[in-house]
Design a protein around this ligand. Structure first.
Ligand code: G1P
Length: 239
């Protein structure tokens, strides 16, 4: 999903012809491979523009025509989740293979912060998953059914589109994905999943900086040098 002023994202996944020619001429073949691997050959990138900021539910609804009847994943880029070799979406796809129902990623949030998240109530199925009984967008702490907050990873069945088409504006005057899921739950099972991984709220500047450090440390080429630099830098702060 994209919109006005975000062309750089589409360009990132497009072939960068001039750059490839330059890298080839300069003999920088490892960089060339990296640039070509941005979009693996079996993947096609399609961008849809959300013409007006009417809410997350509306943004998802805009993708209806290209998704059709398939189950699909929604990833909110603000929530960066480090899963190492076990990415959160892969964990959720594995779970979908078993339950064949929609799944919402959740984590326990500070009870005083429920007004920042979709909040779910559920009956536990096992350590990590639960059958959802309710979901409400950004309730005040005194109205929250639990402190289980929705994190920006969802696998949804295509029936969600029928509900997104019909729901009224919700919290913040926006068409909320949460409200669409609440409707979907009246006809289908929806599961919560407490993922393995560490979330960074990249919607906040501090969260973005923290994510940059952790991803830097784990980078396959730069990681060791970056870690050594950081250690030295942190020690110098104590002096
Ligand atoms: C959105 C969703 C909310 C969810 C959150 C996770 O809210 O509407 O239910 O908990 O993402 O990051 P936003 O943060 O876009 O306001």
């Amino acid at each position: 999903m994209t919109g006005r002023g975000k062309r750089a994202i589409e360009d990132h996944f497009d072939v960068s012809h001039e750059l490839e020619v330059q890298l080839e001429a300069a003999g920088k073949f490892d960089l060339l491979e990296e640039v070509r691997d941005i979009l693996p050959e079996h993947v096609t990138a399609v961008a849809i523009r959300q013409p007006r900021p009417l809410g997350l539910g509306h943004a998802v609804y805009c993708a209806k025509k290209i998704i059709g009847d398939e189950p699909f994943a929604v990833l909110l880029a603000d929530d960066m989740i480090y899963g190492g070799r076990n990415p959160v979406l892969l964990q959720m796809v594995d779970m979908f293979d078993k339950v064949q129902s929609s799944i919402v990623a959740v984590e326990e949030v500070d009870p005083s912060e429920t007004h920042k998240y979709g909040i779910v109530s559920m009956t536990p199925v096992d350590d990590r998953s639960g059958k959802m009984e309710g979901i409400v967008e950004k309730p005040l702490p005194e109205h929250a059914p639990s402190n289980l907050g929705v994190v920006g990873r969802y696998i949804l069945t295509s029936e969600i589109f029928d509900h997104l088409e019909n729901i009224p504006k919700g919290s913040g005057g926006e068409i909320q994905l949460t409200d669409g899921i609440a409707e979907l739950m009246k006809n289908q099972d929806v599961y919560s999943y407490a993922y393995h991984g560490k979330r960074y709220d990249c919607g906040s500047k501090l969260g973005y900086l923290a994510a940059t450090v952790e991803y830097g440390i784990n980078h396959k080429d730069l990681g060791d040098d970056f870690k050594a630099y950081l250690k030295e830098f942190v020690e110098s702060l104590d002096q």
